[in-house]
Design a protein around this ligand. Structure first.
Ligand SMILES: *Cc1c(COP(=O)(O)O)cnc(C)c1O
Length: 459
């Protein structure tokens, strides 16, 4: 290994350099993300309507398209101090192994028990629920990271936490479930017979192993039918991207500290929250005409909402109880093939990310899961961290871009989001190691069938 490095392996911020406010990229967007619509009337959802489902202060954040900086309450800043700042790591070992002139950095969000960035928004949402005097919150979880993050936040604030977990994950990931229960959450496999919508879905599809869209419907119903409860969501919404801007603000502050200007910024995209959070301050620079970056969203080829979806209003959930959101979507009935193990399986994409993509500010690309796991394993062996499959989508493209630099000799600076660790994904790693993992890419016909179920909305 080369002797002295000018830039530390890990760039940390001092406590007094930490963000004191979240950055709301909508304030700098000329084309604002489209509003949520009432699924019955197709009129924009009012604050009053939204407050039946969400906490009041979070509704304000959801609808606020104009305030650029929203102060982070001191209590949330204090909680952040338990696991933040997260390190911005210079991937010297990866650079050497790849023999690339590129400089590679990753922002590592896996240093907390939830194993992902989701805690950044979980604590904020739980805080506002507590402040409103609520008894508890309901939510859904797919792979389990969001449910874990929320149960940690609720335990800290002494709030009840009810999690509807997609049945297939509930059965395949008993340890995730047990972590949530350890933090005091109750976990129900979805679809369940504890809600009307769950019973209806079970009657129509008796053998179903569930989906995120279906668990969302159940969690919303559970919130609106219990006194003192509201529903919270771990991605997609504007408020979640706002909270996740802490990732991008820290990244930017750490880079600025050493005078580093990134050329390429890469994030994996499921519902768009980590990507949106990471890129927000950089997208803000671009929107204000102050700087230029290449921003790349990476999604699975088996769930390609940005690269092959339609930009249209769609349902956010299977039971169609949620507001309509305008987004790049594969249709609310779309469920990725059963052999897809890499997460990022939501049918739609954050309205903010969708609008930025539509306006050409960011690029999108899709990658096949065997290529993703190849990159994951390569990264684990070289940089030490065992990455989450979701995060490994970004690793894949970061490596590909670094290899291109090797070929062209360009010394580009690449920053990517390493959103979490993969310890609960060893069944997927096992499949990969056994050579049993395949790739499934939906056909155009399958997607057309799913697009046919999009609601007809006059705009
Ligand atoms: C949830 C999750 C994602 C994807 O969600 P986004 O909202 O798109 O960020 C990515 N990585 C990890 C580790 C996750 O837990």
């Amino acid at each position: 290994m080369a002797a002295k490095k000018e830039i530390p392996y890990k760039i940390y911020l001092e406590e007094n350099e930490m963000p004191k406010a979240w950055y709301n990229v909508r304030a700098d967007m000329k084309n604002k993300p489209a509003p949520l619509l009432n699924p019955g009337t197709h009129q924009p959802m009012t604050a009053q309507e939204l407050e039946g489902v969400f906490c009041a202060e979070l509704v304000q954040q959801e609808l606020d398209n104009t305030t650029p900086y929203i102060p982070i309450p001191q209590e949330i800043q204090d909680f952040y101090k338990m696991y933040r700042p997260s390190p911005l790591v210079r991937a010297y070992c990866l650079e050497e192994k790849l023999k690339t002139p590129a400089k590679i950095y990753y922002k590592f969000e896996g240093n907390n028990t939830s194993g992902s960035h989701k805690l950044n928004s979980a604590i904020a949402q739980a805080y506002y629920a507590k402040k409103q005097g609520l008894k508890g919150v309901t939510t859904e979880t797919g792979a389990g990271q969001w449910g874990t993050a929320l149960s940690m936040a609720c335990a800290y604030l002494d709030l009840d936490c009810q999690v509807y977990m997609v049945k297939v994950s509930y059965e395949q990931k008993p340890f995730r479930r047990e972590v949530m229960r350890t933090y005091g959450a109750s976990v129900t496999p979805s679809p369940s017979n504890t809600t009307n919508v769950g019973r209806q879905i079970l009657a129509e599809h008796p053998g179903t192993t569930g989906s995120l869209g279906c668990a969302i419907s159940e969690a919303v119903e559970a919130a609106v039918t219990q006194e003192g409860y509201r529903y919270v969501l771990g991605s997609v919404l504007n408020q979640v991207l706002l909270h996740q801007s802490v990732i991008g603000l820290e990244t930017k502050a750490a880079l600025d500290k050493y005078g580093i200007k990134p050329d390429i910024i890469i994030g994996c995209a499921g519902g768009g929250s980590n990507l949106g959070g990471l890129i927000s301050p950089f997208a803000g620079d671009m929107l204000r005409g102050e700087a230029n970056y290449r921003i790349i969203a990476v999604e699975p080829a088996s769930c390609p909402s940005l690269t092959r979806g339609k930009y249209a209003y769609d349902f956010c959930d299977t039971g169609k109880v949620c507001p309509l959101a305008k987004m790049y979507t594969l249709g609310s009935n779309f469920i990725p093939s059963a052999n897809h193990a890499g997460g990022l399986r939501y049918h739609g994409m954050s309205s903010i990310v969708s609008q930025l993509y539509h306006d050409g500010l960011i690029e999108a690309t899709s990658v096949e899961q065997t290529k993703v796991f190849e990159a994951a394993e390569y990264f684990a062996r070289v940089e030490g961290i065992l990455p989450a499959p979701e995060s490994s989508h970004a690793i894949r493209v970061a490596i590909d871009e670094a290899i291109k630099c090797r070929e062209t000799g360009e010394e580009k600076t690449i920053v990517f989001g390493l959103t979490g660790t993969g310890y609960f994904d060893m069944v997927a790693y096992e499949k990969f190691n056994n050579g049993e993992m395949g790739d499934y890419i939906p056909t155009d016909e399958e997607l057309e069938k799913s697009f046919a179920t999009l609601p007809q909305v006059e705009e």
